[in-house]
Design a protein around this ligand. Structure first.
Ligand SMILES: [Zn+2]
Length: 330
């Protein structure tokens, strides 16, 4: 692969749950170096709207996840990783990841792309805000015609299990995901991930719960599916076998929601393995391919864990990439 840094030192991948502090530990570090104190949660901006041609797009924050910094690149040399975090004014051991969801309206359909984490993990109390924030934005769950799940990790599907949500969603709701994703969670492989204690079990549980509880609404696709005019969900694989991205195109404008194909560190270090990636080598290949394409066609990028509202562009920077945040458009 070109457009990669050479600073990662591949090592044998750590097994699940090794060398990772708990998320409870991470939560307690909230006033660590470079992390500000916290205002009342609803004083922070939690939604940002834009248009892609005639498609209405709204990025909604589900909150933030407190996670170990090492998850950003568990194959990287720890000293190189620590230096990168310091250069980015990020604390060395704990990060707060944004958790973005997108609402899209096109051709009379209202589409939720991912649904946040819900209440699936008790030590992540600063996420799981989606239902409240959709209400605050005037979006009734009963108006949602389609849900697209980029993959079945709990921070992307957990919102479906919040008390009362299923009852408020329409009976004819369609939930789209790649067939390969549904298949994977029947018997998921966690041998290559690096996660905090408790995560693999919680992820297995929520993946299986989705397959059981939403089986009748599930609509699977092999490689791509046009959910509504200009709204195309496309399987990439990598992060999970059925991981998918959503490409929006209308009136000459384009935006891609990359799900977990791109993390903040992925611009400078696309070859760093994220701890949630079930096939890290393939995930890195997917990331490089997507970032190169977005740099070439100059379209906008939104991703689940890029800082809210995450609307940005991708530039080539020698062998690697550069993150170019978009200006706020009021
Ligand atoms: Zn995620």
């Amino acid at each position: 692969m070109s457009a990669q840094s050479s600073s990662a030192t591949p090592r044998s991948t750590t097994a699940a749950e090794t060398n990772m502090p708990s998320v409870k530990y991470c939560l307690d570090k909230v006033n660590a170096k470079y992390i500000h104190g916290r205002p009342e949660p609803e004083l922070v901006p939690s939604r940002y709207a834009l248009k892609v041609g005639s498609i209405d797009v709204m990025v909604v924050s589900d909150g933030v996840l407190n996670l170990p910094g090492a998850m950003l690149g568990h194959n990287a040399d720890p000293a190189v990783r620590a230096a990168w975090l310091e250069d980015m004014f990020l604390p060395p051991d704990v990060l707060e990841w944004a958790l973005n969801v997108v609402v899209v309206r096109s051709g009379g359909r209202t589409i939720l792309i991912d649904v946040g984490i819900g209440m699936e993990f008790p030590d992540l109390p600063r996420a799981g805000k989606l239902v409240q924030r959709l209400e605050d934005a005037g979006i009734d769950l009963a108006s949602v015609t389609d849900v697209v799940l980029t993959h079945l990790h709990m921070d992307h599907c957990g919102g479906l299990f919040v008390d009362g949500v299923k009852e408020r969603l329409r009976p004819d709701l369609r939930v789209h995901l790649a067939a390969a994703e549904a298949k994977f969670w029947e018997s998921p492989d966690f041998s290559r991930v690096a996660m905090p204690p408790g995560f693999p079990d919680a992820l297995r549980r929520t993946g299986k719960r989705f397959l059981k509880e939403y089986n009748s609404q599930m609509r699977t696709f092999e490689n791509e599916y046009e959910v509504a005019p200009g709204v195309l969900v496309t399987r990439t694989g990598g992060h999970t076998p059925g991981h998918s991205v959503v490409r929006l195109a209308s009136g000459g404008d384009r935006l891609t929601f990359a799900g977990d194909a791109v993390f903040q560190v992925g611009f400078e270090h696309p070859d760093w393995y994220n701890g949630f990636e079930h096939d890290p080598e393939e995930a890195a290949r997917v990331r490089v391919r997507l970032l190169r394409e977005l740099a070439a066609n100059r379209e906008s990028l939104v991703a689940t864990h890029l800082s809210f509202p995450s609307v940005c562009h991708v530039a080539l920077d020698g062998d690697v990439f550069r993150w170019v945040p978009g200006p706020w458009e009021y």
